[in-house]
Ligand binder design. Structure first.
Ligand code: NAD
Length: 517
């Protein structure tokens, strides 16, 4: 049963293997859902069944050009709209998102696979960015300094850049587009969005709400595709800035290509997040937090806690962690009792299983093996159950790679310093957490750890939007982060005005060639 909404059109294709009509995903240009004229389509299967639920176009160059030109036209009007009008649009979008949260979540479960409750969290974390944008009247304030010289003041304004672009990954189909276009629009920019070709449905449903909220045509347009669409965004001269979230490979490529073309680029990439368990931690709370953060969303979160470092005696808790992990229910995301759903694709499943195998070959103990898990009624789904590899070493493939599945790498350290050295030696810097009841230990960890987002007894420390998402080192390229103050900075440029308003008669002044001081 597929979900019908404005972003898809029912089309019967000449494909004997498909019994039902297939819904083609549309583009969104000038506030209209438009069918692509391309000949190239990407099949989008439901990860729990592998039945095709929609086909996503690889938009043609002409379609993408039309979309970016629409953004350029809309910018002229939108950038001069009052800040209060932009704020009112955000209030409306906020209300509509809240009202439609469950519908969007259902689409996410259908296209991406995560459980319904987790999918609602996906929408909610994006909605919080929209709520933050509603404070734009304070967020976009510039600076002033009166009296820098006699009768002279300096004023700086934060002004929009122009047309911006967003390229998003599959794992948060609502949250990540919502990290991008609301911040871009509320600061007066327009945006060309290219959602993940693997689950663009949530973006399309949100576009329906954008239109309903009264955003003028062209303020945000959506194109679809893979590499060609990405290259279009990186090369198009109308686009001033690119926000990217996704894998290292794509992120590095987009950062390099976009920057080379003179664009501002922010690029959030992969991760290997470590949880450090001190022996003085609250055992029950820590093991529950760890099980949830390692295996939730089937490990397909950039902030999943994928590596545990047991310091000293805390390793004695491993059997209890395994017991908790065993209790997690693997099932289709629509089952209210499911704790984790399927992986995004058969290829992702195969890759995760190969990484488990490589860990085993490298000498890890597979304390819990999620390979071969069977889900009744969903035998063709991409399911992998919670898996724990113990005895992982830094030189192993399973440690060096971001697994992006429900696989916990388990390591031991004698001391806190050893744990810190291990983590600081890993190239990624997205997130980490320490579990302890000792404030001094937590303080030391916070000071010494070279990771951009730290949780103290908080397993997934994703900052709320009044702060910014500050992944560091190998997890980020660029210098200004997503949402919060840094998001405002990313989408604005500063114009500084030095003004002299002298009341007395200045007509008798003389020319001076010296540098004004
Ligand atoms: P992905 O890189 O495969 O896809 C992201 C986007 O890039 C898509 O729109 C896709 O069309 C495009 N793309 C894919 N391959 C490309 C290539 N070779 N060249 C140019 N463009 C390409 O990422 P994904 O698999 O959809 O998402 C999972 C990854 O995203 C993980 O590595 C995860 O850690 C990361 N992620 C990071 C954050 C963060 O904030 N750091 C958040 C979510 C996801």
């Amino acid at each position: 049963m597929s979900i019908f909404f404005a972003g898809r059109v029912i089309t019967q294709l000449d494909d004997a293997t498909l019994q039902d009509p297939i819904l083609l995903t549309k583009m969104f240009i000038d506030n209209e859902f438009v069918e692509s004229e391309t000949n190239e389509w990407i099949d989008l299967p439901n990860p729990a069944t592998n039945e095709i639920i929609t086909r996503v176009p690889k938009c043609t160059q002409a379609e993408m050009q039309r979309a970016v030109e629409s953004c350029e036209r809309a910018f002229e009007q939108w950038s001069t709209t009052t800040v209060l009008t932009r704020q009112q649009h955000m209030f409306k979008l906020q209300q509509l998102l809240r009202e439609n949260m469950k519908k969007i979540a259902a689409n996410i479960t259908e296209e991406q696979g995560k459980t319904l409750v987790d999918a609602e969290g996906d929408v909610l974390r994006g909605l919080q960015v929209v709520e933050h944008c509603c404070s734009i009247t304070s967020l976009q304030l510039g600076e002033t300094l009166p009296g820098v010289a006699k009768d002279m003041d300096i004023v700086s304004y934060r002004l929009p850049l122009g047309v911006t672009a967003g390229i998003t990954p599959f794992n948060f189909p609502a949250m990540i587009p919502l990290w991008m276009f609301p911040m871009a629009l509320v600061t007066g920019n327009t945006m060309l969005l290219k959602p993940s070709e693997r689950d663009p449905g949530a973006t399309m449903m949100i576009m329906d709400l954008v239109r309903e909220a009264g955003f003028p045509a062209g303020t945000v347009n959506v194109i679809h595709g893979a590499h060609d669409a990405v290259n279009f965004v990186c090369d198009n001269p109308l686009i001033r800035a690119i926000s990217f979230v996704g894998s290292d490979q794509a992120g590095t490529y987009i950062y390099n290509r976009g920057s080379k073309n003179g664009k501002r680029v922010q690029s959030n990439m992969g991760a290997k997040n470590h949880g450090v368990i001190m022996p003085d931690a609250n055992k029950e709370a820590t093991l529950n937090a760890l099980a949830g953060a390692a295996f939730g969303a089937a490990g397909q979160r950039c902030m999943a806690l994928t590596t545990v470092v047991w310091v000293g005696e805390s390793k004695e808790w491993i059997p209890e962690l395994i017991e908790r992990a065993k209790k997690l229910k693997v099932n289709v995301g629509t089952d209210p009792k499911a704790d984790l759903g399927p992986l995004i694709s058969p290829q992702a499943k195969e890759r995760v299983e190969k990484l488990i195998e490589s860990g085993q070959k490298d000498g890890c103990k597979v304390l819990l093996d999620g390979r071969g898990v069977k889900v009744e009624g969903y035998e063709k789904g991409n399911f992998v159950g919670p898996t724990v590899l113990h005895g992982v070493q830094p030189n192993m493939e399973c440690y060096k790679e971001e697994i992006f599945g429900p696989v916990l790498c388990s390591m031991e350290a004698d001391t806190l310093d050893d744990a810190i050295n291990l983590i600081n030696g890993n190239p990624y810097g997205n997130g980490t957490a320490i579990f302890t009841t000792n404030g001094a230990t937590a303080h030391k960890y916070t000071q010494k750890i070279d990771v951009g987002q730290v949780g103290i007894n908080v397993p997934i420390p994703v900052p709320l939007p009044m702060f910014s998402f500050t992944g560091s080192r190998g997890s980020f390229r660029g210098d200004t982060h997503f949402y919060g103050k840094q998001g405002i900075q990313f989408y604005t440029q500063v114009k500084t005005v030095t003004q002299l308003w002298r009341g007395e008669d200045v007509s008798h002044s003389t020319a001076s060639t010296a540098m004004p001081v």
